[in-house]
Design a protein. Structure first.
Length: 138
C-alpha cells in the first residue's frame, strides 16, 4: 500500500466534496495500529466560541473510520454503525489532535477508541466508534 493510500484508504471523491476538507482535518499518521489527525478550532466553533461538539464527533468518526478501513480486508468498505462522544472540556483556539486506536478488529466489525486533546495535551473528548465491514467489495 502506498503512503498516500495509507493516509487515505478510501475511494477518490470529487474535489471539495469531503467533510474532512471543509473542517480542516489533516491526517498526520495512519497505520492499522493508530491514526492521528488535527483539526483547527477556527471555523469549527459553536455560538459560545468553543469548538463545536459536532466537529469533534466528525473528527472522531473520520479517524476512527480510517483506522477501521486500514484493518479491513482489502476491497471491503467499512461504514459507521455507532458513535459515542463524551466532551470533557471546551477549546477556544488552536488545534485539537485526535488519536484513534483499535480495541477490536474482526471480520465484520471494528471498535475504535478515539481521544481528542488540546494543544496542551489535555483530553477534551473521548469517543468510541463501531464500524461494520461490508461483505461486498467496494
Amino acid at each position: 500500500m502506498s503512503e498516500q493510500q495509507q493516509l487515505n484508504p478510501f475511494p477518490a471523491q470529487p474535489a471539495g466534496q469531503l467533510l474532512d476538507a471543509k473542517l480542516g482535518i489533516e491526517v498526520l499518521e495512519a497505520s492499522p495500529e493508530r491514526v492521528v489527525a488535527t483539526m483547527p478550532v477556527d471555523g469549527n466553533r459553536q455560538p459560545y466560541g468553543l469548538i463545536h461538539g459536532g466537529a469533534n464527533a466528525s473528527l472522531a468518526e473520520s479517524v476512527g473510520s480510517q483506522a477501521a478501513a486500514l484493518n479491513a480486508a482489502p476491497g471491503h468498505p467499512v461504514v459507521g454503525l455507532e458513535l459515542s462522544c463524551t466532551h470533557h472540556r471546551g477549546v477556544k483556539d488552536g488545534k485539537v489532535t485526535a488519536v484513534a486506536v483499535p480495541v477490536h478488529t474482526g471480520r465484520s466489525t471494528s471498535t475504535i477508541e478515539i481521544t481528542i486533546t488540546d494543544e496542551q495535551g489535555r483530553r477534551t473528548c473521548t469517543a468510541r466508534l463501531t464500524c461494520v465491514t461490508l461483505n461486498k467489495p467496494g
